[in-house]
Design a protein around this ligand. Structure first.
Ligand code: FMN
Length: 405
């Protein structure tokens, strides 16, 4: 199972004698299908040239915080948003000290501080530098903050010493980065996710649709894969790449989505309905293009089938999660929808000019019969991981009740 396929990995290389191993690591990450962008500290460029890393990563190498070429001159923010994970390998003692102190006076530390994704650090230094209480204290602070430390390995060192301090083997670092994406929380579960808008045709060239980008549903599918589930993603028309290992079924109309979802739902453990399915469709789908005519034209709309209710009322209904995207009275409406449609959980999100559709971030309220969690504004990828954790918690709580009840 290749968890790194399609993942954006930012590789930070610092001023250690092991910097040359960053070249091998770049190559191995790309072999696993990852997109790699390299950020080097100034000291690192004294050990290995940016050109080498640029050739191996196929991307420009970044070294400067103050970079006029970066879009909006904020390369540290752009790169931190881009990264699904950061690996610092090799990490010098000095870099680890700066990261621990929360410094942001060079590009790599600024990215680490701004980044909300997970970070792996592979220290490499002389054995006494490693054993020094200053370094050991720093490393233990980083561990407490959830940063994963890989290595260092034991062995002969460039300085002639023998002991702990060699950078962990690149293969081991690749495995550790891959493990960041595998929680196993939903391992063995079959998950059906719907995403994107539907298109309801008026005639052969026109349709009624909505502004859903599908980004939330795609992020959920990816997070569910990372959590070990088998995922089927039913999507309306969107321009997004299928996440690795996801089985995607493309539909266009609400009625096509209804058919596919109902066909799959009974054999699934969880259904997450993130699609913005049309509630109404034009009463007739003209065979020929509707011609310009009178000043006013009335189009009769008829209700589409309610996919969510249909799934939630199946005899063997999966754990069913709905979405409520609203402009007003969000929580009241969402709770009402959850009860009315007999859902196990509902995810409420505000939509409007500055929130919701076609953005990379959002904030969510997740509600279930006796619980409510608010998740602050964050990337949809991060929100999706949080949602998956909460769903897993509810499912396992239900399993426990069933077993003990
Ligand atoms: C030849 C040489 C090798 C070095 N190797 C290491 C090393 O392996 N690990 C380390 O922590 N520092 C090493 N240093 C010291 C770092 O390069 C120095 O602390 C530098 O400030 C680190 O900068 P950076 O963390 O911004 O990359 C070495 C220095 C030299 C001159």
């Amino acid at each position: 199972m290749n968890t790194l396929q399609g993942k954006n990995i930012l590789l930070g290389i610092t001023g250690s004698i092991a910097a040359y191993k960053g070249a091998d690591l770049t190559r191995r990450l790309r072999e696993q299908g990852a997109n790699v962008r390299v950020v080097m500290t100034r000291s690192a460029t004294g050990f290995i040239t940016p050109l080498t890393l640029q050739a191996l990563s196929g991307q420009p190498v970044h070294t400067e915080l103050m970079d006029l070429d970066a879009e909006a001159a904020m390369g540290h923010i752009e790169l931190s948003r881009w990264a699904d994970a950061i690996a610092i390998a090799p990490a010098s003692a000095d870099f680890i000290a700066r990261q621990t102190a929360g410094r942001a006076d060079d590009l790599l530390t600024a990215i680490c501080l701004a980044c909300q994704s997970r970070i792996v650090v592979a220290p490499a230094m002389n054995q006494h530098m490693w054993a020094n209480p200053a370094t050991q204290d720093n490393v233990s602070v980083l561990k407490d903050r959830g940063i994963q430390i890989v290595g260092p390995d034991q062995g002969s060192q460039a300085c002639g010493d023998t002991g702990p301090g060699r950078m962990a083997d690149p293969d081991r670092i690749v495995v550790s980065i891959g493990q960041l994406f595998e929680s196993g929380l939903l391992s063995g579960k079959q998950i059906l996710v719907s995403a994107g808008p539907t298109r309801e045709p008026l005639d052969p060239v026109r349709y009624i649709s909505n502004r859903s980008s599908g980004k939330m549903g795609f992020a959920i599918a990816e997070a569910a894969i990372e959590a070990g589930a088998a995922v089927t993603l039913v999507t309306g028309p969107v321009h997004l790449e299928t996440p690795a290992r996801v089985d995607r079924i493309r539909v266009e109309t609400a009625s096509q989505m209804y058919k596919v979802v109902l066909d799959k739902a009974a054999s699934c453990d969880i259904f997450i309905s993130a699609a913005a399915v049309a509630d109404y469709r034009p009463g007739l789908n003209a065979v020929s293009k509707i011609k310009k005519g009178p000043d006013e034209l009335q189009i009769k709309l008829v209700r589409t089938n309610d996919i969510l209710s249909a799934v939630a009322t199946l005899a063997s209904a999966p754990f069913t999660v709905g979405f409520a995207a609203e402009t007003d009275n969000l929580l009241d409406y969402a709770r009402g929808k959850m009860q009315r449609k007999n859902l196990d959980m509902i995810v409420a999100n505000q939509v409007g000019p500055s929130a919701g559709f076609d953005r990379d971030d959002n904030e969510l309220d997740i509600l279930w019969s006796n619980g409510h969690v608010h998740i602050n504004k964050n990337s949809k990828k991060s929100l999706a991981r949080d949602l998956v954790k909460i769903i897993s918690g509810r499912i396992h709580a239900d399993d426990t009740t069933e077993n003990t009840g």
